[in-house]
Ligand binder design. Structure first.
Ligand SMILES: [Zn+2]
Length: 243
C-alpha cells in the first residue's frame, strides 16, 4: 500500500486514491467510489489511526469514481472537502459537462466492460454530492498534510488538477495523466480517453502545466504508480495522444 514514505495507495481495481500522512494527521487525496468506504476505514486503521485523524479530503476533480466517499468522510470524520473552484458545481450535485467523445467507440473493448462493472458494483455510476465544500485555485499551496500545491490542468474536467507534494517529489496526477486507460486497457502515461473528457484537446494542452514539475513519482487516478520522472511521463503522454 505504501508507494512513497507516508504516501499510501488505496485501490480495489480501476481507480486509485491516496492517504498522505504527516505529523499524525491524514489527508485523503480523492475519495474513490462510494463502495470504497470499508477500504478507507481499514486503511486508516492499518496505519494505526482513526477517522478523527482524517483532516481533509482533497479532490483532483469531481467525477463519481473520485468523489465517492467524500461526503461520508465529511459527515463521519468531520473532514473538510476541497476541490478546484471550476468543479465545485459538479461536486455539489450540478449537471456534469458533456464529454466530447462517444462511448460507442469503446464498445468492442473488454476493458470498457471491466471498468463499467467494477465501478457500477461500487456505486460510482453517479456523483454523491458533497454538501459543504472548500475550493482552491491554480498555484495555491494548501496548509494540509503534505502541503500539496495545486496545478490546474483542465480538459478531463473543467476543474481537474494535479497536486504536488514538493517535499516528497510526488505528483498526484488525478485524471490529468493516467498510466492505464480505463476504456481501452492501454498501459503507459497518457491523457484520459475522449469518452471521459469534457475537452480532449484542452487536456492535451494542459500537460504543459506539468512541464518542469519537480517530481520523481507520479501517482495517477487510474493505473500503476510511475517512478521514472515527470518529464518522461509527459513525453510519452504527448506521443500517445488522444484515445
Ligand atoms: Zn475522472
Amino acid at each position: 500500500m505504501q508507494v512513497k514514505e507516508g504516501v499510501h495507495r488505496l485501490t480495489q481495481g480501476v481507480v486509485n486514491f491516496y492517504l498522505i500522512e504527516e505529523g499524525g494527521k491524514l489527508l485523503l487525496v480523492d475519495a474513490g467510489a462510494p463502495g470504497d468506504w470499508d477500504l478507507l476505514v481499514r486503511a486508516v486503521a492499518a496505519l494505526g489511526r482513526g477517522l478523527d485523524d482524517l483532516e481533509a479530503v482533497l479532490l483532483t476533480h469531481a467525477h463519481a469514481d473520485h468523489i465517492g466517499t467524500a461526503e461520508r468522510a465529511r459527515t463521519t470524520a468531520g473532514a473538510r472537502v476541497w476541490v478546484h473552484e471550476a468543479d465545485a458545481a459538479m461536486a455539489t450535485g450540478g449537471t456534469p459537462p458533456k464529454n466530447d467523445g462517444k462511448i460507442r467507440s469503446y464498445l468492442l473493448r473488454a476493458e470498457f466492460y471491466r471498468t463499467l462493472f467494477s465501478l457500477a458494483r461500487r456505486g460510482a455510476t453517479r456523483i454523491v454530492p458533497v454538501r459543504e465544500l472548500a475550493t482552491f485555485a491554480d498555484g495555491e499551496t494548501l496548509e494540509l498534510p503534505g502541503r500539496p500545491r495545486a496545478v490546474h490542468a483542465p480538459g478531463h474536467s473543467p476543474g481537474s488538477a494535479a497536486l504536488l507534494l514538493e517535499g516528497r517529489r510526488v505528483l498526484l496526477t488525478g485524471d490529468v495523466l493516467a498510466t492505464r486507460n480505463p476504456l481501452t486497457g492501454r498501459i503507459g502515461p497518457q491523457i484520459m480517453p475522449s469518452g471521459l473528457n469534457s475537452d480532449t484537446p484542452q487536456a492535451l494542452r494542459s500537460l504543459t502545466a506539468l512541464d518542469g514539475i519537480p517530481a520523481d513519482v507520479l501517482l495517477p487516478g487510474h493505473g500503476e504508480p510511475w517512478t521514472e520522472g515527470a518529464a518522461e511521463a509527459l513525453r510519452l503522454a504527448r506521443a500517445a495522444g488522444p484515445s
